[in-house]
Ligand binder design. Sequence first.
Ligand SMILES: Nc1ncnc2c1ncn2[C@@H]1O[C@H](COP(=O)(O)OP(=O)(O)OP(=O)(O)O)[C@@H](O)[C@H]1O
Ligand SMILES: [Mg+2]
Length: 399
Amino acid sequence: MAWIRKYAPKNLKEFVDQKKAVEQFLVWYKNYKPGSKAALLYGPPGVGKTALVRAFARENNLNLIEMNASDVRSAQKIKEVFRASAKQASLFGKKKMFLIDEVDGISGKEDRGGLAEIIKFIKESVFPVVLTANDAWDPKLKPLRSYCEMIQFSPIPPTYIVKRLKEIAEVEGLIVDINVLKALAERSKGDLRAAINDLETLATKKEITVKDLEDLGYREREEDVFQTLKMIFKTKSIKAARFAVSLVDKDPEELIWWIEENVSNEYETIEEIVKAYEFLSWADLFRKRIVSRQNWRLMVYMIDLMSAGVSSAKKDVYRKFTKFKPPLRLQTYAKLKPLKENVNKALEKLSEELHCSTSCVKKEFIPLLKILAQNEKYKREIMKYLELDKNSLEQLLTL
Ligand SMILES: Nc1ncnc2c1ncn2[C@@H]1O[C@H](COP(=O)(O)OP(=O)(O)OP(=O)(O)O)[C@@H](O)[C@H]1O
Ligand SMILES: [Mg+2]
């Protein structure tokens, strides 16, 4: 079992830090009666939002019913659960509590239904409802916020992370240099899940020293993107390649372009290059899914493909110095960005005016606009109506 599960807190005693949040949560629960607000636990990843709800339910013998709002058919699921169990208190049996996890993962427009379902759920449930989110201030969650008591979670301070890692190491019978734990805590930036994962990655033998961190490529002050690229391209270890991604202060969505740009600088045979690009295109598929479904859980797959995948594409490590380059693609993207924003705005305007989704606008109305725009006079009117300059209009018509 993965350590983050194995060492998930079973009760509040095992729960680390977050004193204020826990207190607020307990008061909220104590005062809960049907019709009161839901609790919205929000804050960065890996700091105990979901873990607190589970530990609390377990400790108090509650029947916790979990839903994940970032699932594709979440609205349907929420409706079903609601129908089945939220309205009536059972005479016998356990008390219930509902957890709707990751409400910020609910996708914007298409899932407006989902948000409405959640609000209905909160208003009519006779049991406490808990929601979680990373970004609770997301404008799309505005309608929800007035039905919620906001409970903020913060990054966990390094000392607490060290303490927890120490406990885990002890149970696992590991001997770990305290400096390793400190380094992991520092790196995790308050994300206990990440820290536990890192420790598990390192635990291939009983004794872990600072030297092992170095094997994984950990360098205290050289955490730049070139270092990460070097590790991915120069290592044959899956773990080290994976770890390299977490060392750099860049999002994987950006890092992927850095890797793409440099594949052909490092690898020399066609087979290696083809293989590397294959992995990158899979990674890119996940990237698109992550963006379109806002499903961040897929990120681990994307990271594995772009790091360990690309790393494994070579036959042997090249003993040469490669000068890595920044991705051209990002520079072009930066230039295209304002255009894209204009186009999206226009699409949304059309979607609202025409009462159909943006993809329906693309399929059914853009072809029409294209024909109209052949006439200069209409073209000018379209540009004016959609507030587009010439370049942006051209971009829109190529959709
Ligand atoms: N405060 C904490 N106390 C004890 N363990 C924790 C704490 N925070 C995180 N963990 C550990 O990290 C794992 C992940 O935490 P959790 O699922 O609660 O994160 P989260 O805040 O819900 O993050 P996300 O926003 O990504 O869902 C837990 O299973 C547990 O092992
Ligand atoms: Mg969570």
